[in-house]
Design a protein around this ligand. Structure first.
Ligand code: HEC
Ligand code: HEC
Ligand code: HEC
Ligand code: HEC
Ligand code: HEC
Ligand code: HEC
Length: 442
């Protein structure tokens, strides 16, 4: 008797076809959304001759102490100031406003009176090109109001929910049609087979998987052993972790981002952790150090090429405000109010009291980079402990790391003697005595 293929395999083909179509559609829909995004960014208006990116930099260093784009501070809000005055007037004003006022220029006198005769600094050092750049920056359109939610929603539907819903709807529709076709074809095939009186090959019937498994003694024993081994492995790992705080990442009173400071703005670690070079502790900078810059940086702008996916600009600006509250700085009057409340940073790295660790020994004498022991700090949005800080960790590095002797007055002599004695070219920290208990334990 003639045998036909199992119709089930046919329906499988259709199902996988349907699945594949859905997948392909999904991918192309995502691509479409992604392609649409840069187009929207590029739609910013032309701002004349200046370069707004350079202008922003100039603005932040020279003008931000007294001006904001959208709010009055010591001076007026500057957004759109290029429309208010002509270029020549602006060149004169910015280079030396008091000269312009003295010359009796009507517009200049009017602003001067309006601002209670406060004096604006003269900027003779700025070229016309610089001023063009600043004006280009002030002419940028204000960003659309963002959600006040500090954490941006990670929901991929947000923003273009309508189009995504549409795509989902179309997908569901296509899928529905496919399923309908499948059922119809299957019924049709069955009818054909029955009408011809043919026999359909049955799929071979076996024991269900779990029954076969339970019946097989050998498999059971092997599985049990495997299970025990794996749990022992994890138990061991767990017990070895007690007291090890690798990955510890507490929430700090001010959301201070190393990524933004040390990464994007390239501030040197030792600018803030200055004692790392000369003393045992690296230390946390006092808030006065922060104010060296933040007297002038009241508002978070962010760099153009960065995507702040996790937090909004409003959130960051709010965090700078927390710094102001802590040091008692009134950004409207640009004066200290005298009302301070100390910030209590949560300590992250903490060796037990019986261990002696010295930063200058490693950073200055050993020439070891901070990143070796603290990870890629310049990419941390939130500070965390990157390394285990166990005894094994210290010892391993002492065994592996050669002491830098070039240009190192500390070691010239001892290195010559020791390497002769041990008959080696290079000395590791361990060979210099870095494994002696007393060096690390009081
Ligand atoms: C020390 C504070 C201070 C600094 C720094 C400062 N300004 Fe001003 N600016 C003022 C004050 C105050 C006024 C209001 C006029 C007056 O009283 O002289 C003003 C007015 C202006 C005006 C006129 C705005 C209007 O709407 O009439 C412009 C334009 C301007 N500043 C641009 C700049 C630029 C550009 C910089 C940076 C290169 C800058 N200012 C830096 C204090 C400052
Ligand atoms: C603008 C100042 C500043 C700069 C620059 C800076 N830090 Fe920090 N750092 C801080 C502040 C403030 C804290 C405390 C808040 C925190 O833990 O996030 C801190 C905390 C730390 C900690 C954790 C301290 C603890 O509690 O155990 C380490 C480690 C650290 N910084 C390393 C670095 C390294 C490495 C760099 C350079 C890549 C760097 N920092 C650059 C200000 C700075
Ligand atoms: C050398 C200059 C400098 C110093 C010192 C400095 N900052 Fe900043 N800070 C910046 C710059 C630049 C930005 C980014 C501004 C922008 O992109 O608009 C910033 C942004 C911030 C922000 C918003 C982004 C974030 O990290 O959450 C906070 C909050 C902040 N600083 C707090 C501090 C604190 C606290 C200190 C002292 C421990 C400090 N800053 C020291 C330059 C500095
Ligand atoms: C050889 C490894 C190593 C290097 C290199 C190193 N650190 Fe540390 N750091 C540590 C250890 C270990 C601790 C914990 C110290 C303790 O608890 O006494 C620590 C603690 C800190 C702390 C917390 C505050 C303190 O002083 O205890 C800061 C901040 C810090 N390091 C910053 C830095 C900076 C910035 C550099 C680079 C200039 C650096 N570290 C280089 C191992 C290192
Ligand atoms: C990244 C590698 C590295 C790590 C991690 C490290 N060390 Fe070191 N350590 C060195 C080197 C290199 C020297 C030799 C520096 C020198 O004196 O020239 C050194 C020197 C020392 C010395 C002085 C030894 C002597 O002969 O005088 C002490 C003490 C010490 N380390 C303690 C520690 C402790 C405690 C830890 C762990 C918390 C640690 N170190 C982690 C690399 C490391
Ligand atoms: C390079 C530095 C270093 C040297 C050398 C060193 N230790 Fe340690 N030791 C440490 C650190 C760091 C810890 C803390 C580990 C932790 O907190 O998990 C520690 C912890 C210990 C502990 C407590 C047990 C524990 O895990 O908390 C004992 C005991 C100890 N060390 C004994 C010794 C003896 C004995 C020697 C000499 C053979 C020695 N150590 C040499 C760095 C060192």
């Amino acid at each position: 008797m003639k045998k036909l293929g199992n119709p089930k395999s046919f329906s499988k083909t259709i199902f996988s076809l349907a699945f594949f179509t859905m997948f392909a559609l999904g991918v192309s829909a995502q691509e479409a959304v992604a392609a649409a995004a840069p187009a929207a960014v590029a739609a910013a208006p032309a701002t004349g001759s200046g370069d707004p990116v350079k202008g922003k930099e100039l603005f932040n260093t020279n003008c931000a102490a007294c001006h904001k784009l959208d709010a009055k501070m010591t001076g007026p809000a500057l957004r759109g100031v290029g429309d208010k005055y002509d270029k020549e007037w602006l060149y004169k004003w910015i280079k030396n406003s008091s000269d312009l006022i003295k010359s009796g220029d009507a517009k200049a006198v009017k602003v001067y009176e309006e601002f209670a005769k406060a004096n604006m600094t003269a900027f003779p050092q700025l070229s016309n090109g610089d001023i063009d750049n600043i004006i280009a920056y002030t002419m940028e359109v204000a960003p659309a109001a963002e959600t006040p939610d500090p954490k941006k929603s990670v929901d991929p539907d947000s923003g273009d929910g309508v189009s995504n819903n549409l795509i989902l709807g179309v997908l569901a529709f296509v899928l529905g049609i496919l399923v309908f076709m499948l059922v119809t074809v299957k019924r049709l095939l069955k009818n054909v087979i029955e009408s011809k009186g043919l026999e359909v090959a049955e799929a071979p019937k076996g024991l269900p998987f779990w029954k076969a498994f339970v019946k097989n003694q050998f498999l059971m024993v092997v599985t049990a052993i495997l299970f025990l081994l794996i749990s022992a492995y994890f138990m061991y790992g767990y017990f070895m972790q007690i007291g090890v705080d690798k990955g510890y990442e507490p929430i700090q009173p001010i959301h201070y981002s190393h990524k933004i400071h040390a990464g994007e703005n390239g501030i040197d670690c030792k600018y803030c952790h200055s004692s790392a070079r000369v003393s045992k502790n690296a230390g946390i900078p006092s808030l006065n150090v922060c104010m060296n810059c933040h007297k002038n940086i009241a508002e978070f702008q962010g760099s153009k090429d960065s995507t702040y996916v996790e937090y909004t600009k409003e959130f960051y600006t709010g965090e700078i405000q927390k710094l102001y509250d802590a040091v008692g700085w009134d950004k409207a009057t640009q004066k200290y109010t005298g009302k301070t409340k100390p910030v209590k940073w949560v300590r992250i790295h903490n060796l037990p009291d019986f261990v002696y660790f010295n930063h200058s020994q490693h950073v200055t004498v050993g020439g070891i980079e901070c990143q070796k022991c603290h990870g890629k700090v310049e990419s941390f949005e939130v500070m965390k402990q990157d390394q285990p800080l166990t005894m094994g960790w210290c010892i391993n590095c002492h065994r592996e790391t050669n002491v830098k002797v070039e240009d190192n007055g500390y070691y010239k002599k001892i290195h010559e003697q020791l390497s002769k004695k041990l008959g080696v070219d290079k000395l590791t920290a361990a060979q210099m005595g870095g494994l002696e208990c007393g060096k690390c334990h009081y």
